[in-house]
Design a protein around this ligand. Structure first.
Ligand code: SF4
Length: 361
């Protein structure tokens, strides 16, 4: 049995913690955990700076055949409000982003089996042609898995072809808890954790941008959370060693269940639990520099507090968000740059705009 105080003491030295030590951290008092996590964050990142991104989330389709129990966003093709955006409509949204100084779009959909591979390639080419300065970070591992099934092509063939068409990054959405026991309960048809890592590994090997994610509140155990963090840390070790291109950051938020089949069944996570997990993540992920707070699910106030629990990034303007908000995220999913800067400076840091690769611009 490892004592939380011993695990904290070791963590404060910056030495890598193993599974049982990370597990013990969940029993440590929150202020002490926060103190160690914040000290490590100050050592590992620019101490005075908190970064933010001006970007836009665009969901090109809400039609999806995966049907996760925690999702209030997806529709079947027959539902009245099912949609797939035309290239021109997506382009108009990108132009609005350009008008406010944005640098990238996060383009994700459901897994829509009616869209052929060529539709994705032409969309990327269209957007690159009309918006050459905007980074196109698009598709989750789930969407790539869907394309593997439709086309019979491998992830390597699909992603490298997409890269040639203009794809800049493959965000690591859909991570939730990367333990299949938890995933099967929450969404039986959800991408298995091994495929999530396999597909992101391919993206990293091709030099694309990726981030890692985590969602807590499914009723997972602390052991599941530790396993999730360790799997991400292992992948980061591998990607940095083999490709010199790992996850650019880590984003963690709490499960939202309103209007979903998990409502009243999954416990979700409180602010206290979120902050504890944020601090443990900073300590566990000694090879990922940038850790983001999640104001869309926890609100600006908890987001601001998270800057003292290991986080060094305030996320992004997003402009629109349809997936988390459909399940009852924070009442506001749109924020201006000015508001973000105010939250950061009021917390005592210097706000700095970054690109999606976490480089200050
Ligand atoms: S979370 Fe994604 S994959 Fe799951 S049902 Fe919603 S849109 Fe589909």
């Amino acid at each position: 049995m490892i004592r939380p105080s011993d695990a904290l003491e070791k963590a404060a030295t910056g030495i890598r913690l193993e599974a049982l030590e990370l597990l013990a951290l969940y029993d440590a008092p929150l202020p002490e955990l926060a103190s160690v996590a914040h000290t490590l964050r100050l050592e590992r990142t620019a101490a005075e700076r908190v970064t933010y991104l001006i970007d836009r989330n665009i969901n090109y389709t809400n039609i999806c055949n995966v049907g996760c129990n925690f999702c209030a966003f997806y529709r079947t093709p027959r539902q009245n409000d099912a949609y797939t955006l035309r290239y021109e409509q997506i382009s108009e949204k990108v132009a609005e982003l350009e008008a406010i100084g944005g640098t990238r779009i996060l383009l994700q959909g459901g897994v829509n089996p009616a869209l052929p591979f060529e539709w994705y390639l032409e969309m990327l080419q269209y957007l690159k042609k009309h918006h050459p300065r905007i980074k196109l970070d698009a598709f989750s591992p789930e969407e790539i898995l869907g394309l593997e099934k439709i086309t019979g092509l491998s992830a390597l063939e699909i992603i490298s072809t997409m890269k040639n068409a203009g794809l800049d990054g493959l965000p690591g959405a859909g991570g939730e808890i990367l333990e299949d026991e938890v995933r099967l309960e929450a969404a039986p048809a959800r991408i298995p954790s091994a495929d999530w890592f396999r597909i992101l590994d391919v993206a990293q090997s091709l030099g694309l941008y990726t981030i890692s994610t985590m969602v807590i509140g499914f009723g997972e155990t602390m052991q599941h959370r530790v396993n999730h963090l360790l799997k991400i840390r292992d992948q980061q070790d591998k990607a940095l060693k083999e490709y010199n291109n790992g996850f650019s950051g880590f984003a963690m938020w709490t499960l939202q269940t309103e209007h979903t089949r998990l409502h009243g069944k999954a416990p979700g996570a409180t602010a206290h639990e979120y902050l504890k997990n944020l601090a443990v993540s900073r300590i566990a992920l000694d090879n990922i520099v940038n850790i983001q707070v999640s104001w869309p699910t926890l609100g600006f106030k908890v987001g601001q507090v998270g800057l003292f629990y290991g986080a060094n990034d305030f996320g992004s303007t997003m402009m629109e968000e349809n997936v988390v908000s459909a399940a009852g995220g924070h009442d506001r999913v749109r924020v201006t740059e000015k508001e973000i800067i105010r939250h950061i400076t009021d917390a005592g840091f210097t706000a700095a705009q970054r690109n999606s690769r976490f480089q200050v611009i």
